[in-house]
Design a protein around this ligand. Structure first.
Ligand code: PRP
Length: 181
């Protein structure tokens, strides 16, 4: 990997660790579905790499859909103001839905999305979050599948950004507060 992107960044989870955990979660999802079909709903943009890998780790008949929610600053988001800016393309009524997220933080985004998707009356609704920061929770919500539970660190890579950059790092890294841009 080019040293440029990794300079001064501490790796929290390597691509190998991520791949191993994604494979485990994929096997769990496959078991839980018991041969039924699945709609994987990715939350743009951060969940894109996780969805792409997880989709290939499940052995089920799956389709994809994507939603986008308004991205207020984290400070403002704690007001609870989350808005859908790109809704599902297809109704998920009667279907098994898996919301795929890169990170579960305050829980405001997923609580809101869960409420919206439940209005479609899916057959089942589960959540997969690659990372979970339980110490940050404002809304009471848990993911059904969690990759790694982490303390309150600013993480980047594998879909997660700092000012839209670093999403393409293959490893999950820690952005220290004094990191020089
Ligand atoms: C991140 C992440 C979740 C949300 C989690 O999205 O992908 O959607 O924050 O935070 P919460 O639990 O506090 O609601 P972000 O707004 O950074 O958008 P992005 O996925 O486009 O990077």
């Amino acid at each position: 990997m080019a040293s440029m992107t990794y300079k001064d960044l501490q790796v929290l989870y390597t691509r190998e660790q991520i791949a191993a955990r994604v494979a485990e979660i994929g096997a769990e999802i496959t078991r839980d579905l018991n041969g039924e079909k699945l709609v994987m709903v990715g939350v743009l943009k951060g969940a894109a790499p996780f969805l792409a890998d997880l989709a290939r780790a499940v052995q089920v008949d799956a389709t994809f859909d994507f939603v986008a929610v308004s991205s207020y600053g984290k400070g403002q988001r704690s007001s609870g103001a989350v808005k859908v800016i790109k809704d599902l393309d297809e109704s998920v009524e009667g279907k098994n839905v898996l919301i795929v997220e890169d990170i579960l933080d305050t829980g405001l985004t997923l609580s809101y999305l869960r409420k919206i998707i439940l209005q479609h009356r899916p057959r089942s609704l589960r959540i997969a979050a690659l990372l979970d920061k339980p110490s940050r929770r404002i809304e009471k919500i848990e993911a059904d599948y969690v990759g790694f539970s982490i303390p309150n660190l600013f993480v980047i890579g594998y879909g997660m950004d700092y000012a839209e950059r670093y999403r393409n790092l293959p490893d999950i890294c820690i952005m220290s507060p004094d990191h020089p841009e």
